[in-house]
Design a protein around this ligand. Structure first.
Ligand SMILES: [Zn+2]
Length: 240
């Protein structure tokens, strides 16, 4: 087993490596989240597009209904006008025909007004649809490109992390007492990749909190590993 001085030297050498390794692993964790985030953004825009397309379809169906209705109403008006002409001799009947014709013409006018409104709405929706189609297309291209890159980057990052894992072994993870290595690695995980910290003056360089004097005294004796009372990181003093 290495003595305390050697143990600290191994920990410091590991720490240099582990800071970068932690960053790499953090990147690896973030990649899939970023893919999800981009996919979600694409889905939101695609949903908007589907919604607009549904509205266009509904408006077009209604417009067609109006066209069919007014066509048959116009035919009916022509028929009534013909019949009214023939019934001119019968004043009461003639008036009844005229009344029905007026009613029909008013209905046709209202329907045509609704149709005009629908045409305007369809035009507006079509513009919106074009813009959304462009946005969705752009996001799809972006997503495809990102996914392809991320696969490549993930592989490279993983390879680098593996090379660093091998280097860790060389730097003595096998020589360290298992409980010390365990404590160190737990701190790496809980303290963002920074498990050891220099005590500079009386201040821990991990959390920048001043430690009590007895901590410094214990550390200076160099007989035990001393954690920072504030952040828990393993403290070390610069070699004289
Ligand atoms: Zn600290």
């Amino acid at each position: 087993m290495p003595d305390l001085r050697q143990t600290l030297a191994i920990l410091r050498s590991l720490q240099d490596l582990d800071r970068d390794l932690f960053r790499l692993q953090d990147e690896l964790r973030r990649f899939p989240q970023e893919v999800l985030r981009k996919r979600e953004k694409l889905r939101v825009e695609a949903d908007k597009l589907a919604e607009v397309e549904k509205k266009v379809t509904t408006a077009k169906v209604r417009l067609k209904e109006i066209e069919d209705l007014t066509t048959s109403q116009r035919q009916r008006v022509r028929k009534l006008e013909h019949e009214a002409g023939e019934a001119r001799a019968d004043a009461a009947l003639h008036v009844a025909f005229q009344h029905e014709i007026r009613t029909l013409k008013r209905d046709i006018g209202e329907a045509e007004e609704e149709g005009l409104g629908l045409l305007g709405e369809i035009e507006k929706l079509s513009l919106e649809r074009t813009a959304l189609q462009a946005a969705v297309g752009e996001l799809e291209r972006e997503f495809a490109l990102y996914s392809a890159n991320i696969d490549k980057e993930t592989k490279q990052t993983r390879d680098r992390a593996q090379a660093m894992e091998r280097e860790r072994k060389k730097r003595g993870t096998a020589e360290l007492a298992p409980d010390i290595l365990g404590q160190y690695e737990k701190l790496l995980a809980s303290r963002e990749g920074q498990a050891i910290a220099e005590l500079d003056g009386r201040v821990c360089q991990g959390c920048y909190v001043a430690v009590p004097n007895n901590i410094y005294v214990r550390l200076a004796r160099r007989t035990e590993l001393v954690p920072c009372p504030s952040c828990g990181r393993i403290l070390f003093l610069r070699e004289p």
